[in-house]
Design a protein around this ligand. Structure first.
Ligand code: 2HA
Ligand code: ZN
Length: 269
């Protein structure tokens, strides 16, 4: 890819971040500074970018992440609002590069906006994805209302109980979120334990992981695809709730209908 093509591709990725940030706000999933977005943009870093001076001192990540040596990321800024990021992603987030010690980073562009306190958790997930040879380059944390509400019930926190219910609400759910919804019990936001439990759930083969009474963490090839998986799951939760509000428990698609769908669309589970 030529330098100009790389720049255009990088701009398209950042534009997608802004578009998704706007959707998160419009959906009511991103109150105040809620949520986070981190995108591995290393494939678009060119010599001109590599020559850019740092605009911050080296900052410790708090972890050593060997796969991230020389990697570049777009990260939402600490305390910044998704609705502001939607208007101006480079004033409400920044581009960082990981230094050769794999344990610190510096901010390179556009402004010295410090990443969120969740950066170590997001970077640990990206390190894991690279170690696995995954093509996934984007991670999203957000607070989807109906999915978070589900996690306030023991019934839906049981492994794959919510997955089965959500898949059965409308055929698209399993087709477009074929790995379902992983469940992580309540843990302190931004804690090392939460990050490790999230990676274990992704490793179990989930792209979307629910944090009990808090939100979702999703990974995919780009930020739009990560958003789409969460959107599809939350839509299914809304259909369940709509039926409940009409005074009945929805029937759901039958096991035979689910199996037919999986066979025809070659879905993994
Ligand atoms: O990044 O949502 O859980 C802000 C949050 C913390
Ligand atoms: Zn959160």
């Amino acid at each position: 890819m030529s330098i100009l093509d790389k720049r255009a591709a990088l701009k398209a990725e950042i534009d997608k971040v802004a578009e998704v940030a706007g959707y998160l706000w419009q959906k009511g999933w991103a109150e105040r500074n809620g949520g986070n977005i981190t995108v591995n943009i290393t494939q678009w870093a060119d010599d001109a970018m590599r020559a850019l001076p740092a605009i911050s001192a080296a900052q410790p990540i708090g972890k050593t992440l060997p796969r991230l040596k020389g990697c570049w990321f777009y990260c939402k800024g600490t305390g910044r609002r998704m609705r502001d990021l939607a208007r101006d992603p480079m004033a409400n987030g920044s581009i960082i590069r990981i230094l050769d010690d794999c344990a610190s980073y510096e901010i390179v562009a556009d402004a010295p906006v410090a990443p969120t306190s969740e950066l170590p958790s997001h970077l640990a997930v990206h390190d894991y994805l690279l170690a696995k040879g995954s093509p996934y380059r984007a991670s999203l944390h957000t607070h989807p209302i109906e999915l978070v509400a589900l996690t306030h019930s023991r019934q839906w926190m049981e492994k794959d109980a919510a997955t089965r219910m959500l898949w059965s609400m409308i055929p698209e759910t399993k087709a477009f979120c074929p790995r379902g919804l992983g469940m992580v019990p309540y843990m302190l936001p931004s804690s090392v334990e939460l990050a490790e439990a999230t990676i274990r759930a992704i490793d179990e083969d989930y792209d979307v992981v629910m944090w009990e009474k808090h939100g979702v963490f999703a990974v995919d090839t780009d930020i739009m695809d990560a958003f789409d998986q969460v959107d599809v799951l939350n839509k299914a939760a809304q259909i369940y709730i709509a039926a409940k509000n009409m005074g009945f428990t929805p029937e759901g698609m039958s096991d035979a209908q689910m199996k037919e769908l999986s066979d025809v669309f070659h879905l993994p589970k």
